[in-house]
Each structure stands twice: as C-alpha cells, then as structure tokens.
Design a protein around this ligand. Sequence first.
Ligand SMILES: Cc1cc2nc3c(=O)[nH]c(=O)nc-3n(C[C@H](O)[C@H](O)[C@H](O)COP(=O)(O)OP(=O)(O)OC[C@H]3O[C@@H](n4cnc5c(N)ncnc54)[C@H](O)[C@@H]3O)c2cc1C
Ligand code: FES
Length: 469
Amino acid sequence: MAELTDRTASLWMDTTADAPIHPPLTADATVDVAVVGGGILGITTALLCAQAGASVAVLEMDVVAGGVTGHTTAKVTPLHGSSYSELRAKHDAQVARAYASGNLAAMERVARLVESLGIDADLRRRPAMTYVTDPDELTTIQREAEAAREAGLAVRLVTESELPYPIVAGVRIEEQVELNSRKYVLGLAEALVAAGGTIHEQTRATGLSERGGPRVHTAGGASVRANDVVVATLMPFLDRGLFFARLTPNRSYCIAARAPRIPEVMAISADQPTRSVRAALGRDGEELLIVGGEGHATGEEADTRRRYAALETFAREAFGATEITHHWSAHDLQPADGLPYIGRYTPFSRHVWTAAGFRKWGMTNATMAAEILSARIGDRDHPLASAFDSNRLDPVQAAPGVAKEIAKDARHFVVDHTVHRDGPTCTHLGCRLRWNTAEDSWDCPCHGSRFAADGAVLTGPATKPLDLG
Ligand SMILES: Cc1cc2nc3c(=O)[nH]c(=O)nc-3n(C[C@H](O)[C@H](O)[C@H](O)COP(=O)(O)OP(=O)(O)OC[C@H]3O[C@@H](n4cnc5c(N)ncnc54)[C@H](O)[C@@H]3O)c2cc1C
Ligand code: FES
C-alpha cells in the first residue's frame, strides 16, 4: 500500500469550509425547540421546526455536519444493501413497507429541499444497485429484489451494470440521488438561520434536566430552556432510555481516488467483502471515485491502516485508480431489531425526543426521523411514527441484539481491565480504550466514544475529555 496521504479529512470536509461559522453559546437562552447535535438529523429537524413557526437553537460540540454526516458516502436512496430481506427475516411485510415508503419520501424531501432552497450540493440523479459477483450468492439478490418489490420499491433484477467488472446479479432502482452531504447540510443550516433559528458551534451539551421544563446544560456554563429538546447526537448522550444496550457502533472506511473508470451507478456489494462505490466531485469539479467498506465493530481493532490498504487495492484493481486523494472513516449505529429508533427519549419523556440507529443509511433514515420528530413536536400525527417508535417493546426481534450488546460491554468492562491494562479509561461509563493506528485516536469498544491523542472528545456519547495526566 502507498503511504496514506496526510489528508485524513473526508472529501466532503475538504470541499467545504472547515472553521466554525456560528458563535458558541455564551449566555442562557429560551426557545421553543433546542436541538443537541448539528448533523443531518439535528439540522433537518431544526429547519422543519423553524419552518413550522418555532423558535429553534442548535447546540453543536464541534462544527455543523462535521460528525458522521461529514464522513459518510452520501448516497441518498431507499435501496439499502440487502435491508429488505433482512427486515423481512425479523418483521412483517407492513414494517418493510413503512421503511421503504419513509425512506423513499425522505429521498424526495432531500431533492426538494436542495431545489427549493437553491443549495449547491452537487446533487445528481443516478441509479442505485445492490449486487453480487459470487455465483453462490445469486439467491441473496433474488431474495432482496423480491423483498424490495414487496415493500413497494420499483426495483429490477439485472445481470449487467455500468461497473467495470462483471456482476452475477444486481437489484437496481433508477433516478436515485447522490450529493455532497456537507454542502447539503450547510445549505440547510443557512436556511435555518434565515428562518430565524440560531446555531451554536463549539458548544457541548453536558446534561439535561427535565424538572420544571427541559433545560440543556453546556460545558461553558450557559444553558438553554426549551419546550421541547431533540437529542440528535448520533448515540444519545444521556444515560437514559437503554440506548447503549440497543445500539451497536460499527465503523467503516472510505477513500476517494483519481481513476480512469468512474462508475455512473451508486453500487454496493451484498457479498463479502462489502464494497460501496460511487462518483463524486472534487474541489475543482474533478470526477473522483469513492470506495467504502471494511466495516467492523468500533474500538475492536488495533491495526486499522490495513482497512484503507484493502480499499486501495480494490480501487486500483477494479477501477484503475492512480492516486488516493482522501481517506476517512466513521461509525454509525446498528439497532437491535434492524429498525431506527425515532420518538420520545424514554417512555416517561413528554418533551424530550431522539432518533438513532440509522444502519449506515442515515441520509434518508435521519431525514425521515426529522419529519416524524418535527410533526410530533408540533402536535401533528405522522403515519410512520408508530412503526419506528423509540420505546417499542419487541423482545423477540430485539432480544438477540440486546443480549449480544450487553455481553460485549460486559466483556470489555471485565476482561479488558484485566488484559489491556495500559489503555486509558473511557469517561462515559469506564470501558478500557483501544488505540486506533489509522486515525490516531483512542476508541471505546462499548458505545463508540472516541478521543484525540490529547484526550479531547472526538465522538460521543462521552462528554468529558480524558484525564491523561
Ligand atoms: C462510512 C459511512 C458511510 C455511510 N454512507 C452512507 C450512505 O451512503 N448513505 C446513507 O444514507 N447513509 C450513510 N451513512 C450513514 C449516515 O452518514 C449517518 O447515518 C448520518 O450521517 C448520521 O447523522 P446524525 O445527524 O445522526 O449524526 P452526526 O452527523 O454524527 O451528527 C451528530 C452531531 O452531534 C454532535 N454531538 C455529539 N455529542 C454532542 C454533545 N454532547 N453536545 C453537542 N453536540 C454533540 C456531533 O459533533 C455531531 O456533529 C454512512 C455512515 C458511515 C459511517
Ligand atoms: S462509550 Fe460508553 S463506556 Fe465508552
């Protein structure tokens, strides 16, 4: 493998302003809706609430769309790998239909927002495809095509594609959306401010009290009182609602490259190893190739550099890639029963809301969540609210995932403290951290918190830096 470029910023961060443009919160404030987290979920929810007439403040610990939203692959489509056959293995047809219709509507909502707000987000309509190259996996695609069709998507089964290598079969849908996720969310943020909303970057929420009306406390000392609070921090940062047991962080890697063969299809393999590809525009409008994949449980691997090497080899062999221009990684959360959690923070919360568990498909899942949350905050019904209810009790579907997550956490609490004595301890709930060689960070295998070499929090749910002294 060639030496990794110094540019660990994603293509999306590199093609947009990286400095904070909104001031931190320095004085107490009162609003209708306070949103904690400025990714696609937080900013879309804030904008929809502001457009409905609410006064809104967003608190973001770093910069807007600098979290997973700035480190994604940014395919916007309801065709999510082999999701429909996976969903049908756990849920009935109605649930799969709710997932398809919500995500399809979300894709169109994204396209409409880009158009109506005039956001320059490099949006292009492209087909999306899930494919296999291994003949033994043909049935995987046949099952997915059947399940996606049953869920209501206009998919076709194909045996040829625009990819520069043969496929055995693919399930394909036309006229989907690819864009630059950070340009898109920065555009939404601009519209939010124009609609009267405020955004505070470099403002970390450290607590939330509910007695006497919700109030968000921040690391700088100032607080925000609100009628409703939306926790949009990827992993909900409060130790309530048992989200830590219901969500599993899983990391993936991406590279951008110059290549003579750039795909005109957004594609993801259903056989192993997973390879996700698409085209994207670089700084000067140059066509680049993006390759993603190499997913694994966050914090459970020491030599992460080999993950980039595997993607680079694939890019060179399959697309003739000549130069890697960017590399980045991020994690998203897998929900225990395969469906995102969207709704009240706990069964007892009346005015605290959250959404999480977007399964590496949050461009549409988070947009759908924003629609549901903004409707519920505005006391409006949403036809999909019950299908994704964050407090659903579905022991049969969720139990194996929850049991696995609890066993994993227990292993890291007990075994890691005996075996890996040299790593620092996570400031969230005390798991032993592992050093990540490719990103130069301390990563937590329990709930995905990540810390810079100097101890600063990179990714929650942790809110306090490491004490490395
Ligand atoms: C490698 C990879 C590729 C992906 N590719 C795709 C794809 O092609 N298509 C697709 O649909 N989805 C994809 N996804 C998933 C999608 O990117 C995510 O689901 C989505 O970006 C999550 O958005 P979010 O707003 O929930 O989280 P984030 O974007 O992470 O936003 C959460 C924000 O909260 C802030 N925050 C955290 N704690 C605090 C605190 N205490 N106080 C204040 N702020 C806080 C963070 O700084 C962050 O900005 C991919 C995910 C990964 C990891
Ligand atoms: S993220 Fe929960 S213990 Fe580290």
